[in-house]
Write a protein that binds this ligand. Sequence first.
Ligand SMILES: O=c1ccn([C@H]2C[C@H](O)[C@@H](COP(=O)(O)OP(=O)(O)OP(=O)(O)O)O2)c(=O)[nH]1
Ligand SMILES: [Mg+2]
Length: 146
Amino acid sequence: MRRFEWIDGIDVSDLELPVRQTPDSAGYDLCALHDVTLAPARVTLVPTGVRARMRAGEFLALYARSSLAIRYGLFLANGVGVIDADYADNPSNHGHIMIPLLHFGEKDIRIARKERIAQGVFTAFLLTDDDSPKTQKRVGGFGSTL
Ligand SMILES: O=c1ccn([C@H]2C[C@H](O)[C@@H](COP(=O)(O)OP(=O)(O)OP(=O)(O)O)O2)c(=O)[nH]1
Ligand SMILES: [Mg+2]
């Protein structure tokens, strides 16, 4: 089981789930769910309308798209986003993947619904020999494990 799903209750009639552009592309392109204006020197959290399901021992790494970085000065505010496998079932937002975009340019940028804004790469990770997680269940995202 490794797939993308829509978050319930959103109009997805004109959208498509994340896809890779070519057979050897690593990243699944994630699109903006809404039109959004990015102001210079600000972080804007852009919703995607999707969640990612994956196996234990994997995470979805979110990276910027090089073209947006080069053309507009757009970066992920967190450098690389880490989407945990247990985020999909968190009761607070049901795994909604959000993209924190940081705009380094000087003028507002308009991002349109459906525009590809980041890419996700499914990635395997390793644990320490004495690994012991602090809690058994994730309850939210962005600070829920404080
Ligand atoms: O760019 C991102 C980064 C994270 N997340 C979601 C998925 C991830 O599983 C969750 C928590 O992310 P992270 O562990 O990076 O943030 P945190 O500040 O440590 O929050 P928490 O205490 O909830 O783990 O937020 C996103 O939607 N987009
Ligand atoms: Mg965390």
